[in-house]
Design a protein. Sequence first.
Length: 326
Amino acid sequence: MGARSQMAIVPRVPAVRAVVLAVLLATATCVARADSYYLTVAGLGGEPDYEQRFTQQAADLDRVFKSAGATAHVVTLSGKEATRAHVTSALQTIAAEAKPEDDFVLILIGHGSYDGVEYKLNLPGPDISANSLAQLCNHIASRRQLIVNTTSSSGGSVPTLAKKGRAVVAATKSGTEKNATVFARYWVEALQDARADVDKNETVSALEAFQYATTKTAAFYDSQKRLATEHAVFADTGNGAAAVRVASKTTGEGRLLASVALVRFGAERAAGANPAKRSLLARKEQLEARIDTLKYQRAAMSPQEYRQQMTESLVALAKVQEELDR
């Protein structure tokens, strides 16, 4: 029933209250109609283990976002499908469909490059630049947007992608942090782990996911006794200020991130409390950490030993994933 019909059944409401009621009803109607558009792009891996990892992370996000139901419009591009032409087409389609009240989320996975001037996401065929992505996203009407760039050198994309009404998360603080990141793994994990819901409101916001992933990333480097080669940042005020790592009530940093709900927990996510599933998720995390460790140790290992241990880890990871998907 529309706001006008509601007003018709309360004719004795004073004029001021009538106006307020009409506004509230209209607002509620907008909220009820609001949809979310998700585009995940898993770029070029370059090596089999990276290809498998990027593809699986994209598949995990695809499943998580689709679990939101009919209000979620989900497009996932990975492997050979993650071309510049397909990314461009997907963003143009979203621009044609998304309304101002709808949310838009773009997640970039893979390798990035930065030449000191321009950031590019590595894709099969021609790469796509941050400038091209920004121009495409600028045509999307959504007043609330989120871009999560989990790639190497992703910090170099923040100044170009950031704007008012759009929060940007990057796995690295600058374009010069060029090593492959582990932030992506923990960002994806945050959307599957109820513990990321710090305030226990059965919703994981983009800010909670960022905090979860940065904490886990730091713990990973500490456990390996290695100097961290990535430092995640975000920019969400649109005022041209430099990206930050910590939310601030004084300056407003983090407010937009906190408003973007990425995952909602409830009856449909009851399976997440299953002890068997939790143990499998823990095993998956251990295996992914093992794969990352092997990459760091590669130079000190013989090619045969590296291939053997990497193959064993990848096979074990695939089996765990199969169990989780059942």
